[in-house]
Design a protein around this ligand. Structure first.
Ligand SMILES: Cc1cc2nc3c(=O)[nH]c(=O)nc-3n(C[C@H](O)[C@H](O)[C@H](O)COP(=O)(O)O)c2cc1C
Length: 437
């Protein structure tokens, strides 16, 4: 039986890489992240390893939720400092041939017209390899950086996002594909009858249109989405080409993918047009024992510093976790207007555990993968078969050069030997590559 192929993506962030890791000195990582060097090297490695997409997350704030001060956030470099991934993206596509680059941008802060134009331009610059990762954002602190008092309520954010995407789609298609005539004889560059204002009057957004740039090579740059609440899934099923997800364990992964596919079908879409990719952070070793030891070290680091995780969550959920006793369960009253699905997943996961026990046991990945490249490749093949596809997004926090090498030169060749992932590309565009299998 030939193996069913699945896709690989990398979920990254424009942040310092491994500044406090054993193999990456402070000086080197200080010098070569904000000038783009590290991420260009990462993109080249992923391109060589035939990853479909590098997706860059984003946020727009320096959080001071944990303990009411930015001290813990900045001392640990959690969410900040961070560069703007949209400015970085053209460097990455310029340095690569096939890799798609998807950038996170918020429907709560961008004006739709600016966003439509920026991503159309990126699609042109990259020859059809641009993606937009749609987020509604989770933090009042970020909203306040854009002159708002705070974010709209969770579900309303999704309603605004839905309308935002409709408008952006209208702007992307405001030029007919053959509007560019470039006729020397008649002296006509663009046929004005093929360029249409959109006159969009929504509940939340208005725009006259048309866009002032030519139709993007993909028509519509790839759209991805990661919100896991019912509203988030609904938006993803209606509008997204790619969904990133973090359900815990194989049965939940299968249920998540089945749910997105069913919702997509209910919107009249072909479920195969929506790829669901799961976040993983494989721990690799030359032997099983070495991998297990490295995994244990990762666990121990959390045990030694349980607050590290809580500082991150305080930022994205805007709950001050410093108020809670680590040796008591998470109070039922803890609520968020931010990442609701993350809080709910954590609450379900935690059960009766104390906060300390729950943080120690929690994992920010769909499924733990530990072993040699060959055994992890076997595990991924088995999981993909059970879940039904579509692939995995590798996440590493902090990103390190060592980890990139382990994945691209260790794990990927093992997957390729099994026929589980691609060894080349038959198309030059991101969406076509994702739809190939
Ligand atoms: C894997 C994953 C990646 C995400 N990346 C971002 C991000 O880069 N920026 C952001 O503002 N939100 C990010 N989110 C948050 C979601 O897009 C969404 O806004 C959030 O989860 C709240 O929606 P929900 O309650 O539907 O889950 C991410 C969520 C997940 C699960």
């Amino acid at each position: 039986m030939t193996a069913e192929k699945f896709h690989l993506g990398w979920f990254g962030a424009f942040v310092p890489h491994g500044w406090n890791q054993p193999f990456e000195g402070t000086e080197a990582s200080h010098r070569d992240w904000l000038d783009g060097t590290f991420h260009v090297d990462l993109a080249r490695a992923l391109d060589r390893a035939c990853f479909d997409v590098l997706l860059l997350e984003d946020s727009s704030m320096v959080s001071d939720t944990y303990g009411g001060t930015s001290e813990a956030t900045l001392a640990r470099g959690v969410w900040a400092p961070k560069g703007d991934p949209l400015a970085l993206a053209p460097l990455l596509t310029e340095a690569t041939e096939h890799l798609g680059v998807s950038v996170t941008a918020s429907t709560s802060f961008y004006p739709p017209w600016l966003l439509a134009r920026a991503f159309s331009t990126l699609d042109h610059l990259s020859g059809g390899r641009a993606g937009w990762n749609v987020v509604t954002s989770s933090e009042d602190r970020a909203a306040q950086n854009f002159g708002l008092d705070g974010l709209p309520q969770h579900d309303e954010r999704y309603e605004r996002a839905e309308e935002f995407i409709d408008l952006v789609d209208r702007l992307w298609s405001s030029w007919e594909p053959d509007a560019l005539v470039m006729d020397r004889e008649t002296g006509v560059y663009v046929d004005h009858e093929k360029v249409h204002p959109v006159h969009f009057e929504g509940r939340y957004h208005r725009s006259r249109g048309p866009l002032n740039t030519l139709p993007a090579p993909q028509g519509r740059p790839l759209v991805s989405q990661a919100g896991g609440s019912p509203k988030g899934r609904e938006l993803a099923a209606r509008t997204a080409d790619l969904v990133m997800a973090l359900p815990k364990g194989v049965p939940a992964m299968k249920a998540y993918r089945d749910d997105i596919r069913a919702r997509a079908a209910a919107f009249g879409r072909n479920p195969d047009d929506v790829k669901v990719m799961f976040i993983v952070s494989p721990v690799l070793g030359a032997t099983e024992a070495e991998a297990a030891e490295r995994f244990e070290r990762r666990r121990q680091a959390v045990r030694d510093d349980p607050t590290g995780q809580l500082v991150g969550w305080s930022g994205s959920m805007e709950i001050d976790f410093s108020r809670f006793d680590l040796d008591e369960p998470l109070p039922a009253a803890a609520r968020t207007n931010g990442h609701q699905s993350t809080l709910e997943t954590f609450r379900t996961w935690a059960g009766d555990r104390t906060l300390r026990q729950a943080v120690e046991a929690y994992r920010t990945e769909a499924v733990e993968l530990v072993g040699t490249p060959d055994s992890v490749a076997d595990q991924m093949g088995a999981i993909a078969q059970e879940v039904g596809g579509d692939g995995f997004m590798v996440w590493s926090q902090p990103p390190t050069r060592q980890y990139v090498t382990e994945i691209c030169d260790g794990l990927v060749p093992a997957l390729q030997r099994r026929g589980l992932v691609r060894t080349g590309f038959s198309s030059t565009q991101l969406r076509d590559n994702l739809l190939e299998f």
